[in-house]
Design a binder for this molecule. Structure first.
Ligand code: MIG
Length: 723
């Protein structure tokens, strides 16, 4: 093996000749490598073409990272398999999900990133309490060691290496409604009308697979969506963005243009016999585009024009692990077995065969049996399995660069690899309407943020199984602090739109969503600040506070620099326990953002009240948040004239408000406004300062800033300044 020193803190160790993934932003060819025998921290063993890296863990070591994985935030005590898998049942024993983010922080010691796109297994204090055992299914890979004890520095270094987090359009910070499916234009219109009629803000409605003609990608079913362009513009005029789903499998059907083009140009993945590989997904028999081939990406990316020409800028790329229901041969074999059962009376045989049907999906052997034609040569899917979702998304983004240059887009993908956060994002896949999955949501939100996915979220209310009014309420309250605020549910399950329950639930959900909209100036500004400073937007407490308890808190998190979210995630609860680290906190129990139900807390541990209609949140001592108190139906409905600054200031607090056009990259050329707001405690009150930094090309619409500052006793001071 060889090593190259990248920076003061980063060393790259290279084993064999790795497949060059797209994870990092620099050219590795320019590096000078030196031979080496050992790597820092790990011991190395080789077994049957696999490399095993072992790290000793001490009793108090905390291990964070691995992005989209189940288990706790501190990853000790479980085995994680990084091998993209479409598994819709996220129970605790599961080891693999959709993404692969092999970035790990050994808190207060060092961090590392293994750039390897095939199967990797992380056994972290599972087999042995004091060991992390990493099995890499190859002897060709890169490992980067970040040698700094500061966790924040480890993250920053990882993000410098893999790139700045992607920034969606501003409307993507609004509330979004999804369902598998709203099957036709009429249903979507009805949903849209309900939001406006009921005075519930909303920015986006999703289109799941039923909009397509027989699930054929890049088609629209004319019967369900007659005059699609007119429908899209009607939605737009009401302030709704439509977000269609895109699946990779191309239906095998003579005369279908996407299929014909793919066949003609050899754009599909091949099987062992160099024939187009056949897998079954929604449309029936399909071929998979070979996104590892740049020419295929070019072809695919421009197909989104069907939608972008109509002004659509939001998409979700699904099923791109890629998910495989079965391949024709295995189904045939299975059906033969079923047929045999007809011959005699069966008991046990039935039991075995019913489970076998499920096991027809996503078999490892399928991934070993098809191939990619990459610029680096031919690889089986299995060898570079974790890259398919990323490259499908790269195809989309490369298309956007041509067809909607300088337009920001909302792009969710289900599968992803390290570095994906730079070009788009992911949602967390198929969770369930279970209370337990709210905790999973919170942990993953933090863990994904550590890996650069600052804008992400889970299916709010739960995707599979039936939800309840209370669960939706508590989950929607958590969602106020989730960058992606999308309610989604599966076919056949109970509806979970805000009005799907009863009037009281609807009223609570209306106020909940309105709080989100009031917080948009804060969230949007802090999102940009996070991307600039490379500090997670949603952050575990351990990045901010050093006390021992904070390091183990998994169900509270920082949202930007000033807010700590402490969602209620238990049924029938009238509150929850919270840990308030280091300094004083201002508790705001929000039932309606117009009322400030606030109270000062000393640092410590408490049980705080939060009834079903109350959202608990804390403002950090000596910090400020900004609100837009004017009611809006959607983000770009009106420009903001008045900002409200709420602060908890015992000495001084500052905030940088940021705004831009919300839909282009012009902010990179200085077209934005920043308002630096600072509040300082003086004798008998406060000193307020505002400093505006705006470009001629983007002028702020804010005319008035209202201050509402609380002191250490919770006493309120107000001031209004014109700007
Ligand atoms: O196998 O398109 O994760 O969000 O609603 C199901 C239907 C396929 C899985 C996605 C989910 C979506 C669903 N899809």
């Amino acid at each position: 093996m060889k090593k190259a020193k990248l920076t003061e803190i980063t060393t790259l160790y290279r084993f064999g000749i790795p497949f060059e993934t797209d994870a990092t932003v620099f050219k590795k060819n320019d590096l000078t490598f030196k031979k080496c025998e050992k790597i820092d921290y790990f011991s190395i063993t080789e077994k049957e073409n696999k490399i095993i890296l072992t790290l000793k863990l001490f009793k108090d070591d905390k291990v964070y990272g691995l992005g989209e994985t189940l288990g706790s935030l501190n990853k000790r005590g479980k085995v994680y398999k990084l091998y993209a898998t479409d598994d819709p049942i996220h129970t605790p024993e599961k080891d693999a999900l959709y993404g692969s983010h092999p970035f790990v922080i050994i808190s207060n010691k060092f961090g590392f990133f293994i750039d390897y796109p095939g199967e990797m297994i992380f056994d972290i204090s599972y087999t042995k309490l004091d060991k992390m055992i990493i099995t890499i299914n190859s002897n060709n890979f890169d490992i980067y060691i970040f040698d700094t004890k500061k966790d924040v520095e480890v993250i920053r270094e990882y993000l410098k290496l893999t790139g700045k987090p992607y920034i969606p359009p501003k409307w993507a910070f609004g509330y979004q409604q999804c369902r598998w499916s709203y099957p036709d234009a009429e249903t979507i219109k009805e949903v849209a009308n309900n939001f406006r009629k009921r005075n519930i803000p909303c920015d986006a409605i999703y289109m799941d697979i039923d909009y397509m003609e027989n699930y054929k990608v890049f088609t629209i079913d004319e019967n369900k969506f007659p005059n699609f362009p007119e429908f899209v513009s009607e939605m737009k005029s009401m302030g709704f963005n439509l977000v269609p789903i895109v699946d990779p499998g191309v239906k095998i059907e003579k005369g279908y243009d996407v299929y014909e083009e793919g066949i003609k140009n050899e754009y599909f993945c091949k099987d062992e016999n160099d024939k187009n590989f056949v897998a079954t997904v929604w449309p029936g028999y399909t071929h998979f585009p070979d996104f590892l081939n740049p020419e295929v990406r070019k072809w695919w990316g421009e197909k989104y024009k069907l939608f972008t020409d109509l002004g659509i800028t939001g998409f979700w790329n699904d099923m791109n692990e890629p998910s495989i229901f079965f391949v024709p041969k295995t189904l045939k074999e299975y059906l033969k077995k079923v047929d045999k059962l007809k011959e005699k009376e069966v008991g046990l045989e039935f039991f075995m065969i019913k489970d076998e049907a499920v096991s027809l999906s996503n078999r490892r052997e399928y991934y070993k049996s098809f191939y990619h034609n990459t610029p680096q040569g031919k690889y089986s899917n299995d060898e570079i399995h974790n890259l398919y979702g990323y490259y499908m998304t790269k195809a989309t983004v490369e298309g956007f660069e041509k067809i909607i240059p300088n337009k920001r887009y909302l792009l969710l993908s289900r599968s992803s690899y390290a570095g994906h956060h730079r070009i788009a994002t992911i949602w967390m896949g198929d969770n369930m309407s279970w209370w337990e999955h709210m905790l999973v949501n919170i942990r993953m939100l933090q863990s994904l943020n550590l890996s650069g996915f600052f804008y992400t979220g889970a299916d709010i209310g739960g995707f599979g199984s039936n939800t309840s009014p209370e669960l939706v309420i508590r989950w929607m309250q958590l969602g106020v602090f989730s960058p992606l605020y999308r309610n989604h549910s599966a076919l056949g399950t109970r509806h979970q739109e805000p009005w799907a329950f009863d009037e009281y639930t609807e009223e609570i959900l209306r106020n909940t969503i309105k709080l989100r909209y009031a917080l948009i100036p804060y969230l949007y500004s802090e999102f940009f600040n996070s991307v600039d400073s490379l500090i997670p937007f949603i952050s575990p407490l351990f990045l901010y506070f050093n006390d021992e308890i904070s390091k183990n808190i998994e169900d509270q998190f920082m949202v930007g620099n000033s807010i700590m979210a402490t969602p209620v995630i238990q049924p029938n609860a009238k509150g929850r326990y919270v840990h308030l680290p280091e300094h004083k906190w201002l508790y705001w129990k929000v039932s309606n953002y117009k009322y400030r139900n606030v109270k000062v807390y000393e640092p410590g541990d408490y049980y705080i009240d939060a009834d079903l209609n109350e959202i608990p949140m804390f403002i950090k001592e000596n910090s400020l948040i900004v609100l837009n108190e004017e009611e809006i139906n959607y983000i770009n409905e009106k420009s903001i004239k008045e900002l409200t600054v709420i602060g908890f200031v015992t000495d001084s607090g500052e905030f940088t408000y940021f705004d831009d056009d919300g839909e282009t990259y012009n902010f990179k050329n200085g077209k934005y406004v920043k308002i630096n707001i600072s509040v300082k405690k003086i004798e008998n009150g406060y000193n307020y300062e505002i400093e505006k930094d705006e470009s001629e090309d983007f002028v702020s619409t804010i005319e008035i800033i209202k201050f509402e500052i609380y002191d250490e006793k919770g006493e309120k001071y107000t001031e209004v300044l014109e700007i």
